[in-house]
Ligand binder design. Structure first.
Ligand SMILES: NC(=O)NC(NC(N)=O)C(=O)[O-]
Length: 425
């Protein structure tokens, strides 16, 4: 990721209803998709709702002979170790089934770590060449109750048991609506291993069924979208982290993400390392900026910023800015601004790269320390509900986590975009 240009990714139309057939199993020869999108699509800016780091898991797989389906959801990029073999064959960092000699195809069911609206998927075939799955399709499950079974441990060499097949049959997943129709995959050479598919589906998804035709290997499944929490279960007096990925927070723009994307800051738990935070490149204009005020805060013309939409509008009552792991590269200071935006206003801001508009000061400039969890409460200067925030760091550096604790505003008083999202639950 290396973006100094203003980010200009466009939010997709979430009002468009899903049109594809829901239950037909299709003939691959007849329904080949036009093919994966060639360039990096905008939806890659959203959160990966299936990643194991946010709680995603594989609850069923028809076959895991060469490599288990749980690998699909690993956070780390896939790797290849030429000398690694298991008793079942070549060790592969992905999901790989045996070569089918009977009719049928392989499939698995993924439980999203964060249920939500899906805008696109990446079926990554890295290093699967000669054994990649030639075709896939993806179906969506919108379940009220999670299934009462899940797969545990290293399942290399396993096939689904009769009892697992009987349990999974109750989900009726073969009739779930299709998000991606049967589509050809490119093999996993490093220059073409990403297979991007844009998704138009306006319902809250909890599970995915990934079908591969007829068999083969896939390294990773990334499911890009925005979480949708059921806010009816949250008491009005309860403080929640309104920007948390698990509560529906999403990054909508940033100035720089050279070493780490700002969305990492809203992930669960403490950051595991620097790569699990937001880190910008060193600003090349820093030598000109070394003049500090009485509080020791640099008076700099340069800064970096990231904008987030809250999972629910609300009044922010306390803020956590964690610089964990950033010791020689923490920012000198930070400040936070906030505002309320309608969906139309938000779309205009995204189009113009967040260059204009009236932000209000939420947290005045605060000096930061290395590898430290900073808590701010009395310093806050805004006490009204907001829907969007902008974190500004000066002059550059890394922040591992941003938490915005507050109370969700009752939905009737919330901006229309949030009402629309909540009504889909
Ligand atoms: N060399 C291979 O990768 N062979 C087989 N796959 C594994 N993982 O051994 C295969 O053909 O499906």
């Amino acid at each position: 990721m290396n973006s100094r240009q203003p980010l200009n990714f466009v939010l997709q139309d979430r009002s468009c209803d899903f049109q594809a057939s829901t239950s037909q199993r299709v003939d691959m020869a007849e329904r080949r998709a036009p093919g994966p999108v060639a360039e990096e699509p905008d939806f890659l800016q959203f959160n990966d709702l299936a990643c194991e780091s946010v709680g995603g898991k594989v609850v069923f797989a028809s076959d895991e002979w060469f490599a288990p389906a749980a690998n699909l959801l690993k956070r780390e990029p896939p790797q290849f170790i030429a000398s690694a073999f298991t008793e079942f064959g070549k060790w592969m960092d992905g999901w790989e089934t045996r070569r089918k000699r009977t009719p049928g195809h392989d499939w698995c069911i993924v439980q999203l770590g964060v249920p939500g609206l899906i805008h696109g998927v990446d079926v990554d075939t890295s290093f699967f060449t000669g054994n990649h799955s030639p075709y896939v399709s993806v179906q969506a499950g919108c379940l009220n109750q999670p299934p009462d079974f899940t797969l545990e441990g290293d399942r290399t060499g396993m096939a689904a048991s009769d009892s697992q097949l009987a349990a999974v049959a109750k989900l009726g997943s073969e009739a779930w609506p299709e998000l991606v129709c049967v589509s050809q995959l490119k093999p996993g050479y490093t220059d073409c291993c990403h297979n991007y598919f844009k998704v138009n589906f306006s319902h809250r998804v909890t599970h995915l069924r990934l079908n591969m035709y007829p068999d083969g290997g896939i390294a990773r499944l990334r499911v890009y979208g925005v979480g949708l929490r059921d806010w009816s279960s949250v008491a009005s007096q309860q403080d929640v982290d309104l920007v948390a990925l698990t509560n529906g927070g999403v990054c909508l723009g940033y100035s720089d993400a050279h070493f780490g994307h700002p969305r990492n800051m809203i992930g669960p738990g403490r950051a595991v390392n620097m790569a699990d935070g937001w880190e910008t490149a060193r600003r090349l204009d820093r030598p000109k900026q070394l003049e500090a005020d009485q509080r020791g805060i640099l008076q700099v013309p340069g800064w970096e910023w990231a904008v987030f939409r809250l999972g629910h509008p609300g009044e922010i009552r306390s803020i956590e800015v964690d610089t964990r792991h950033f010791k020689g590269n923490f920012p000198d200071c930070c400040r936070l601004e906030a505002r309320s935006l309608s969906p139309e206003e938000e779309a205009a801001c995204v189009r113009t790269g967040w260059n204009s508009g009236k932000w209000q000061l939420l947290l005045p400039p605060q000096k930061l320390r290395p590898h430290h969890r900073h808590l701010f409460e009395s310093e806050l200067t805004l006490s009204r509900p907001v829907s969007h925030v902008r974190l500004i760091i000066s002059p550059d550096g890394g922040v591992s986590r941003l938490r915005l604790w507050g109370r969700a505003t009752p939905i009737a008083a919330a901006p229309a975009n949030q009402q629309r999202a909540a009504s889909k639950l």
